[in-house]
Ligand binder design. Structure first.
Ligand code: SF4
Length: 448
C-alpha cells in the first residue's frame, strides 16, 4: 500500500513555498498520493524523505520496457481508469505468436507479415511491435534456433514463452541484448526464472491460476528484488480475463495495491480459433487494460482496425492530433503544379491530402501550424488569417519549388484572401478553393 496524503505531508518541508506549482505542501502531498504529481517537483525534499516517498510517488502501475533500440515497447505507467480523466500513457504492444512446432514456411510467412503490415496514419507509423516465440515442441535447441531466426529477421521486441527453465535460459542468452520478456514464472519455477531475469536484467512475466495466487507470487518476487514484472492472471475465457484486467487496474489505482501494480499480458490467441472473434477480444483488451496483446497471426483486415483503435484510445484527448508544419508533395509535383494550403489539424490534412490524391493532379500541399485547429476554428481564433498565412508562405520555401505565384485555400475562408494577397505582395494570386475540403478533387480536376 502507498502512503496517504497526510503521511506524505509529514515528510515534506512544510514551507508552502509554492515552487512545486501548488499553493501548499499539503496540496502537493495530496496530489502525490493520488499519483497526480511527481516528487521531483519539490526541490526541498530531504534524501531521507525521498527514499521513504519513492514508493508513494511511483506510478501505481510500474512502467517497464521490453526490447531495445528503436522498437522498444514501453508498457505500464498508467495513472487513470478512464481516458477522459487524463491520457493513457503507454499503448499496449501487439505481439504475434510464432511457435517452434510451426512448419518453417509458416513461421517465415508470419514474420514476413509482421514486417510488412505497417500503416502510415496522421504522420505516425502504426505497426505490431512484438513477437511471442513459443516453445511448444519441448525441444530447447529448436526453441533457441527459432528465437535466433526471429531476432535476425525482425526488429521485434521478444516474448520468450516456455515451461522449461533450461529452454528459457538458452533462449535468453541468445537474445539478451534485445531485453526479452521472459514468460512465465509460476509457483514452481519462480526462483530459477527470477535468477535468470536478474542475471540478464530482463522483465519477467508471472502467471498464476487466480488473482490471489498472482498477488502472492508478485510479492515473493518483489521481495526477491525483481521490479519489472508483467502479470498474467491465467484466465483464458473472455469474461474472466476481462474481469481480471479491470480488477487489476482498479486494485492498483484505487486501492493502491502494489502487488498488482504491474502491466498485464493477455492472450486473445488462446481464447478462440475464429480470427474475427480474436480481433474483437483483442479490441476489448486494448480498451481495458492490457499492457501486451498476443495474437495468433496478423492479417491486415483485423490488424489495421486494432492499430487505429489503439491509436485513438492512447491519444491525449486534451490535445488535437497535429501534422508537422511544412511542404507535402503529393503525386510527384513540379514547378507548374498547384499549391494548396491548409492547417495542421490531422483530420483536415488527411481529408485534403486524400482529395488531392484522388484528383491525380500532382500538387504541393502547404501545412501551416495552427496548433492543431481546423480551418474555420483556426481562422476564428486568428491563427489562420491573411497576414499569418502570408508570413508562413513566404518563409516556407515553396517559391523555390514553383514558378507560378498562385495559391489555393480549400475551405470557407474567403475573408482571408484580400489580406493574404496584400501580405504576399504583387504578382500573387489567391484562389479560394471549394467550400468543402471534400470537394477538392473535383475542384482540382477542373481548375488545375
Ligand atoms: Fe512544499 Fe516543496 Fe511544494 Fe515548496 S515545493 S510548497 S516545500 S512541497
Amino acid at each position: 500500500m502507498g502512503l496517504t496524503g497526510i503521511q506524505i505531508f509529514k515528510l515534506l518541508p512544510k514551507t508552502n513555498c509554492k515552487e512545486c506549482g501548488v499553493p501548499t505542501c499539503l496540496a502537493f502531498a495530496m496530489n502525490l498520493a493520488a499519483g497526480k504529481a511527481e516528487l521531483a517537483s519539490c526541490p526541498y525534499v530531504s534524501e531521507e524523505a525521498k527514499a521513504l516517498l519513492s514508493e508513494a510517488s511511483a506510478p501505481p502501475i510500474r512502467p517497464l520496457a521490453v526490447g531495445s533500440g528503436e522498437n522498444v515497447v514501453k508498457v505500464g505507467g498508467e495513472t487513470v481508469l478512464f481516458r477522459h480523466e487524463k491520457t493513457f500513457v503507454n499503448k499496449p504492444g501487439f505481439a504475434v505468436l510464432v511457435s517452434d512446432t510451426l512448419p518453417e514456411a509458416e513461421a517465415t510467412a508470419r514474420l514476413k507479415r509482421f514486417k510488412e503490415l505497417k500503416y502510415e496514419r496522421v504522420g505516425l507509423t502504426l505497426r505490431p511491435e512484438m513477437v511471442a516465440v513459443k516453445n511448444e515442441s519441448g525441444d530447447a535447441g529448436k526453441f533457441e534456433t527459432l528465437v535466433k531466426k526471429v531476432k535476425s529477421e525482425t526488429d521485434a521486441a521478444l516474448i520468450l514463452m516456455s515451461g522449461s527453465v533450461e529452454a528459457l535460459t538458452a533462449a535468453v542468452k541468445a537474445s539478451a541484448d534485445r531485453v526479452p520478456l521472459i514468460y512465465a514464472a509460476t509457483d514452481g519455477n519462480s526462483d530459477a526464472l527470477a535468477a535468470l531475469a536478474k542475471e540478464h536484467k530482463c522483465p519477467l512475466a508471472i502467471k498464476a491460476d487466480n488473482l490471489e495466487d498472482l498477488s502472492k507470487l508478485s510479492d515473493k518476487l518483489t521481495a526477491a528484488g525483481l521490479k519489472d514484472l508483467v502479470l498474467d492472471s491465467g484466465s483464458r475465457t473472455v469474461r474472466k480475463a476481462f474481469e481480471d484486467q479491470v480488477f487489476i487496474r482498479r486494485a492498483a489505482l484505487i486501492k493502491k495495491n502494489r502487488s498488482l501494480g504491474f502491466p498485464t499480458i493477455t492472450f486473445p490467441c488462446e481464447m478462440t480459433k475464429d480470427p474475427m472473434k480474436e480481433a474483437l477480444i483483442a479490441s476489448a483488451f486494448v480498451a481495458k487494460y492490457a499492457g501486451i496483446v498476443v495474437l495468433s497471426d496478423l492479417h491486415g483486415e483485423s490488424l489495421f482496425p486494432l492499430l487505429v483503435e489503439r491509436l485513438n484510445i492512447y491519444t491525449d484527448p486534451q490535445r488535437p492530433m497535429m501534422m508537422q508544419q511544412g511542404i507535402y508533395p503529393i503525386g510527384n509535383p513540379g514547378e507548374n503544379s498547384p499549391v494548396l494550403i491548409t492547417t495542421n489539424f490531422s483530420l483536415t490534412y488527411f481529408i485534403v491530402s486524400g482529395e488531392v490524391e484522388s484528383s491525380r493532379v500532382p500538387s504541393w500541399l502547404l501545412v501551416m501550424d495552427t496548433e492543431g485547429l481546423s480551418v474555420l476554428t483556426a481562422w476564428a481564433a486568428g491563427k489562420f488569417v491573411g497576414d499569418a498565412i502570408g508570413a508562413f508562405v513566404k518563409k516556407s520555401g515553396i517559391t523555390e519549388k514553383v514558378k507560378h505565384r498562385r495559391i489555393i485555400i480549400p475551405g470557407a475562408v474567403a475573408a482571408v484572401s484580400g489580406d493574404l494577397e496584400e501580405e504576399l505582395g504583387a504578382g500573387w494570386e489567391v484562389k479560394i478553393g471549394p467550400r468543402e475540403a471534400a470537394h477538392v478533387t473535383a475542384y482540382l480536376k477542373v481548375n488545375a
